[in-house]
Each structure stands twice: as C-alpha cells, then as structure tokens.
Design a protein around this ligand. Structure first.
Ligand SMILES: Cc1cc2nc3c(=O)[nH]c(=O)nc-3n(C[C@H](O)[C@H](O)[C@H](O)COP(=O)(O)OP(=O)(O)OC[C@H]3O[C@@H](n4cnc5c(N)ncnc54)[C@H](O)[C@@H]3O)c2cc1C
Length: 258
C-alpha cells in the first residue's frame, strides 16, 4: 500500500510524535510505502488567502472557490498545494493524525484541508442532474482510497461516550469523517482514539502501540463506516434529505450511517 500520513503536532518528542514514529516504522516494516506530511516541520501555511493564487488578477475581489477552481484547472496553484494533491493521488490510504484541540483538529491541519481540497479536486466534481448531485459523499476523486483518523484526547473515554459531557466521539468526529473524508470519496475506517493522554506510562504506551499496530495491519481489510451514498437512492434530490422511510422519525448525524 501507499500510505500518506498527514501529521499535526508541533513537538516531535510528544506522545503524538512517538505514535507517528511507530506508525511509519510499523508500516514500512510491513512493506508499505509511506509519505509523511509533517505540517509543523514543513512550516505549512495554514490560512487560505489570496496569496495562494499569485497569478490572479490584481485588485479583483477574492473569491476563494472560483480562484481555487481557476488555479486548479490552469495549473497555477501554489506549489505546496499541488505537492499535497500529488501525495493524495499517490496514496491508497490516508491517515490524519492529531491531538484533539478544542473538539476539533488543530488549525494547521484544518488549513491543510482548506487549501489542498481545491475546487475540481475535492469538490465541484461530477455532473448535477435530477439523479446525481455531483460526485461526493461516497463518490469523487478519492473513491477507492481509504482513510483513518489517529486522534489523542485529554478527556477520558467516558467523557466521549454516548452520554458523556463532551458529546459522543462519533458525533465530534462526524464533520471530519463525513464532511472531509467521505465527501471527496474516501472509505472512512473507524478512528483510532487514545483517550486520557495524561495517564500515559510505558506500560500503557506499549498497549497503545499494540492496538495501533493491529489497526495498521488491517488497514486494507477493516470494514469502513457504512455512510450512505448520496447518489445511491437514499436521498431525495435536490433537497438532499434522507428518504422518509429510512431511519423514520430520527434526526442527527447517525441517520447517515446505514
Ligand atoms: C489548545 C489545546 C486544546 C485542547 N482541547 C482539547 C479538547 O477539546 N478535548 C480534549 O479531550 N483534550 C484537549 N486538549 C488536550 C490534548 O488533546 C492532549 O493534550 C493531547 O491529545 C495529548 O497529546 P500529545 O501528543 O500532546 O501528548 P503529550 O503531552 O506529549 O504526552 C501525553 C503523556 O504521554 C506521555 N508520553 C509521551 N510520549 C511517550 C512515550 N513515548 N512513551 C510513554 N509515554 C509517553 C507524556 O509523558 C505525557 O504524560 C487540548 C490541548 C490543547 C493544547
């Protein structure tokens, strides 16, 4: 497999740094090719702004989507964006690894998504008709590729349980799983989450490594989260609401999982 690890932690000697090193070694020893986008080490530019499009018309109002579409189509994107897109094309499997910061991914990783996911690359793909609303949510350029999150949290597992005060982890990660990964076509594997990181010692770290190793060994076979395909008949088009006979009387993120 070709595995791209997109990694967002500022300190190589952190727990995340150790898990990254373990992941890379483990995958390489199993014969996989691995590329790492270490965003802090790369000094990744986190904000999407007009300077990403150096060839744009000077003084014209900045429209991020249209500028992105134009630059993608004409090969005038910033070089760092184009390089990350090339890595995504190369990868069969993408891992996003990060500490949970304010219930979301660190800003530098969100900025990677915003800038790399160009119009025509990750969105704005495919035809729009009465039966097909673009290639997205199960279709798109990432179709056939797999993705998995590796996330660490300060909070305990119970804090993220179905009745936990932080909200269920599946709900918190839904915008990433469904909105960022499933949208452009990835099959999304259940996440690998390390909770309560302040309680880490050598013994627990060995257990975490073991568990992570098992997930890495089964990247190609683990069943993905069964999100419903947008164009598969489950949703009314163009309202894009779930058909009334599916999960009747239910609402919320969980209805999008078959
Ligand atoms: C801005 C910010 C926002 C946050 N928001 C949230 C939030 O919304 N929800 C939440 O739950 N948490 C939150 N946190 C906590 C955060 O998620 C955790 O601090 C983070 O996940 C821990 O990962 P780390 O790599 O930084 O760990 P580190 O701090 O590097 O390490 C954690 C522990 O692991 C030990 N350790 C490190 N490496 C090893 C090793 N190789 N072997 C054995 N032990 C090791 C360390 O000694 C330490 O005790 C937030 C933190 C910040 C800074």
């Amino acid at each position: 497999m070709n595995v791209l690890l997109v990694y967002a932690h500022p300190e190589p000697r952190s727990l995340n740094g150790s898990l990254r090193d373990f992941t890379v070694n483990h995958l390489q020893q199993a014969g996989h090719a691995v590329q790492v986008s270490d965003l802090y080490a790369m000094n990744w530019k986190a904000v999407l702004d007009a300077s990403d499009y150096p060839e744009r018309e000077a003084g014209a109002p900045f429209n991020p989507s249209l500028e992105s579409k134009h630059a993608f189509q004409h090969g005038t994107q910033a070089a760092d964006i184009a390089r990350e897109q090339e890595k995504l094309r190369w990868a069969d499997t993408v891992l996003l690894q990060f500490p949970l910061w304010w219930f979301a991914m660190p800003a530098i990783l969100k900025g990677w998504v915003e800038r790399v996911y160009a119009y025509g690359f990750a969105y704005g793909v495919g035809e729009h008709s009465d039966t097909h609303w673009g290639d997205r949510y199960g279709e798109g350029l990432m179709k056939g590729k797999r993705a998995m999150l590796v996330v660490t949290t300060g909070g305990w597992e119970s804090h993220y349980s179905p009745r936990g005060v932080n909200g269920p982890i599946d709900d918190l990660l839904f915008p990433i799983h469904h909105g960022i990964l499933y949208y452009p076509g990835f099959d999304v594997l259940p996440p690998f989450v390390v909770y309560r990181t302040s309680r880490m010692d050598e013994a627990r770290f060995a257990q975490v490594r073991e568990a992570l190793g098992q997930r890495l060994d089964t990247l190609g076979t683990t069943a993905p989260i069964p999100f419903r395909q947008q164009n598969g008949g489950a949703y009314e088009i163009p309202a894009l609401t779930l058909r009334a006979d599916l999960a009747p009387d239910e609402t919320g993120f969980a209805i999008h999982v078959a």
